[in-house]
Design a protein around this ligand. Structure first.
Ligand code: F6P
Length: 546
């Protein structure tokens, strides 16, 4: 494939960016009453307003030409057809099969994967309902009250984020806990309040080799045995979610209590698989299936909608536009929903572990900037912290605002103010405030002369700062499923433009290898060769641990 910046579409976009210069969105809105209508989309129950972007009528056709030139149609078809598009691991990429709610078979190497997907889903549902109904009991015959998911990365962030988002749909008896960090404070803090006889552990690890998860799981088992449970009781209190039956059995978990998935499910794309077991436990089988339905509706939209009206395509291309032609190094995700507090952390793994790469699928350097840093916090909290920089800082940082139109908390005044703030922030970022407007405002407040002029530069807002606003009807499982699938496909679209394999993660390996060696050295093995900094730090840690 051609170097990206040499392609005709990229060169046309570069010329267009130069022509566009500092065109003001504010002026574009004033001149064009149809801008909102033309730059909004509905899909799978979601509404996207992308009109507050630095684009004119030529921008999207040029971005779409880039998508076509980079083979987006073919790449998407290859993913849905179960081709081995994860080329460095020689794997298919089929998280879409996990939420394939149609009768259409999906094949990997000529074999339909759907019967196995449905079988695990049915077992998960039965198990979740048994725990929820109090039929699955602990060793004292009491019902389970606490579920502790032990996993990290994709085996933690997805289910943790969704369980928090759907907490209002939770079972009144069941409390969900998530332990990921190797820091003992995490496990100890969660276990401190729990009774082993009423606690169910879900050990979630695709590989069942991840050091954090294995260490936390081993300590949880010791805690369980020390707290009154016997070896024979482990089967009622420990279940596993993994692709690695051998390791699960070696850990001592009954394979009857293992929920499997497959190598074609990437960790960060796995919440739709058995990794979603905590979600099913929390909200029940039917609502877990609604989450899948929402994601499936977005999958159908991604496959069927023309590129120019395709929500993941538009979001992905806008991201490429700012990264490639405005030098935007980060994207702020601001959910105006406290329940979505973990969404930015979830998206950090989804986007940055997928596209945080600098070589193409065939190992050549990517000659354009790739994945931006993803970060954010719920609104309105962020407004009283980092929004200062979004409005008046030196960097251009696009923002994704995300808000549910309806809330279920019964505090309508709060929701009105929440939505008002969400809309106000995207407007303020876009319109800004000119020096003349500041002068008029200060003058009206009774200021004049030098005192007024001294304040003007501090109170000017440059504006013209882009954002998308995504509105959900509410925080239902279906809307959430569609939202997550939207971002998954956006990431895929961007990977195709940049020519990246979005489904491997070799960049996490080096640190793991070195940590394993240093771990042995901290346990007493002789020190190997180290740079002076690392050696000094290891010696300090050894002294502290002695
Ligand atoms: O270290 C990165 C990573 O491999 C992620 O890609 C993955 O989601 C996480 O670790 C956990 O892996 P596992 O589910 O195999 O424990």
């Amino acid at each position: 494939m051609d170097q990206l910046t040499n392609t005709p579409a990229w060169r046309a976009l570069a010329a267009h960016r130069a022509e566009l210069g500092d065109v003001r969105m504010r002026a574009q809105f004033e001149a064009d009453p149809g801008r909102f209508e033309r730059h909004t989309l509905r899909a799978a129950g979601l509404f996207l307003d992308y009109s507050k972007n630095r684009i004119d009528d030529r921008t999207l056709p040029l971005l779409l030409a880039l998508a076509r030139e980079r083979g987006l149609d073919g790449a998407r078809a290859a993913m849905f057809a179960g081709r081995r598009i994860n080329n460095t691991e020689d794997r298919a990429v089929l998280h879409v099969a996990l939420r394939n709610r149609s009768d259409t078979p999906i094949e990997v190497d000529g074999k339909d994967v759907m019967p196995a997907v449905r079988e695990v889903l049915a077992r998960m549902g039965e198990f979740a309902e048994a725990v929820r109904e109090g039929l699955w009991r602990g060793y004292t015959r009491e019902a389970i009250t606490d579920v502790v998911n032990i996993g990290i990365g994709g085996s933690d962030l997805g289910p943790a984020m969704v369980c928090q988002a759907l907490a209002t749909h939770g079972h009144p008896r069941l409390r969900m806990h998530f332990v990921s960090n190797i820091d003992g404070d995490h496990l100890a803090g969660v276990l401190a309040g729990l009774n082993p006889a009423r606690t169910l552990f879900v050990i979630a690890s695709k590989t069942f080799t991840t050091i954090e998860t294995m260490t936390n799981a081993a300590s949880a088992r010791k805690w369980f045995l020390a707290g009154g449970g016997s070896e024979a009781d482990i089967a009622r209190h420990f279940v596993a979610v993994s692709t690695n039956a051998e390791r699960v059995a070696a850990f001592g978990i009954d394979l009857a209590n293992m929920f499997g998935f497959w190598d074609w499910v990437g960790g960060r794309y796995s919440l739709w698989s058995a990794v979603g077991l905590p979600i099913a436990l929390q909200v029940g089988r039917a609502r877990f299936e609604e989450l899948l339905d929402g994601a499936h509706a977005m999958d159908r939209h991604f496959v069927e909608a023309p590129l120019e009206a395709n929500m993941p395509v538009i979001l992905g291309l806008l991201g490429v536009w700012y990264r490639g032609f405005f030098g935007a190094g980060s994207l702020c995700v601001a959910p105006y929903a406290q329940a979505l507090a973990r969404l930015p952390a979830y998206l950090q793994q989804l986007e940055m572990e997928s596209n945080g790469k600098s070589v193409t699928r065939d190992g050549q350097p990517v000659d354009a900037a790739t994945c931006p840093v993803i970060w954010g916090e719920p609104g309105t909290n962020g407004q009283h912290a980092f929004f200062q920089l979004l409005h008046q800082g030196t960097d251009l940082i696009p923002v994704d605002f995300i808000a549910p139109l309806a809330a279920g908390h019964g505090l309508p005044d709060h929701h009105r103010l929440l939505l008002a703030n969400c809309i106000a922030q995207s407007k303020a970022l876009m319109v800004g405030k000119s020096a003349d407007e500041v002068r008029a405002e200060l003058g009206a407040a009774g200021m004049a002369g030098e005192a007024l002029e001294a304040l003007v530069p501090h109170r000017v807002f440059p504006g013209n700062r882009p954002s998308n606003t995504l509105l959900l009807p509410d925080l239902s499982p279906a809307a959430l499923g569609a939202l997550i699938a939207l971002y998954e496909h956006k990431v895929f679209v961007q990977s195709v433009i940049w020519g990246i394999n979005a489904f491997d993660q070799w960049g996490v390996e080096l640190g793991k290898q070195i940590a394993s060696r240093i771990g042995a050295e901290l346990a007493g093995e002789p020190l190997g060769a180290h740079d002076a900094s690392s050696r000094g730090l290891i010696e300090m840690a050894r002294d502290a641990l002695a």
